[in-house]
Ligand binder design. Structure first.
Ligand code: CTP
Length: 223
């Protein structure tokens, strides 16, 4: 059944929605970091759309290159560690959407000061960060009515398969798969094209502006 715009306005009324957005930066020293190409557009669009549908929205933001939407509570989380702390502290939201590109690894050591150059190679050891999505999934009560959404930035058909595996492995309700081997969508682009993977099947959302993709994701969450 198609629902009217008026109904949509109140679809998430009384619900708390937590969205993470952007890309973490893991400091190497006082001025350098390891980062990624996420702009935060997809997460910002999700936060805006959830707000439009009446939700109480918290945006855990990591180095956004776009403005945060008005009317949402913004928490800054520049590193994977910050993101883990701020997100896990709010994991009891009715809906949690992990749209942020969180570093899987960070430098094992960070220099307080800027490192001076010499003629030697600089070897950096990277250590794994907390997998926030996995922790959120593991901490859920059986029979909960909350909804947990993860993203999977991967490549091609094999990537889609891995996204299906993540549903069960990480105890997530919905995985939003996008193909990062394409330049025209996903990271740092205005458009996206995704496959929504859930227990009930798969739905491909054709290439569209991230605002449109955000609406499709929230339709699925509501369903
Ligand atoms: N994620 C997370 N914590 C991390 C890294 C990623 O919660 N430390 C979340 C992302 O926000 C995203 C999801 O995990 O929602 C998928 O991340 P992705 O990099 O696609 O896959 P991984 O789980 O890291 O697995 P792999 O790298 O093996 O594909």
């Amino acid at each position: 059944r198609a629902i009217s715009l008026l109904e949509k306005r109140d679809q998430f009324r009384g619900r708390s929605v937590l969205v993470t957005a952007g890309g973490t930066r893991e400091p190497l020293d006082a001025v350098r970091f390891l980062g990624n190409r996420s702009s935060g557009r997809m997460g910002a669009a999700l936060a805006a759309e959830a707000r439009r549908r009446g939700a109480e929205v918290t945006l855990v933001a990591s180095n956004l290159l776009v403005p945060a939407p008005v009317g949402v509570d913004v928490i800054q989380a520049p590193t994977a560690d910050d993101m883990a702390r701020e997100t896990l502290a709010r994991g009891d939201a009715d809906v949690v959407v992990m749209a942020a590109a969180v570093a899987d690894y960070r430098p094992a050591e960070t220099a307080e000061e800027k490192r001076y150059k010499d003629d030697q190679p600089w070897t950096v050891t990277l250590e794994p960060t907390t997998d926030i999505l996995r922790e959120l999934g593991a901490g859920r009560d059986p029979g909960t009515r909350s909804v947990l959404v993860g993203f999977a930035a991967d490549r091609g058909e094999r990537g889609l398969e891995r996204a299906r595996e993540k549903l069960n492995n990480k105890r997530v309700d919905l995985i939003v798969f996008n193909d990062v081997s394409r330049e025209d969508i996903g990271f740092d682009a205005a458009d996206n094209e995704v496959v929504l993977v859930s227990e009930s099947g798969e739905r491909r959302i054709e290439k569209a502006a991230k605002e449109w993709i955000a609406a499709a994701i929230l339709d699925e969450v509501a369903a």
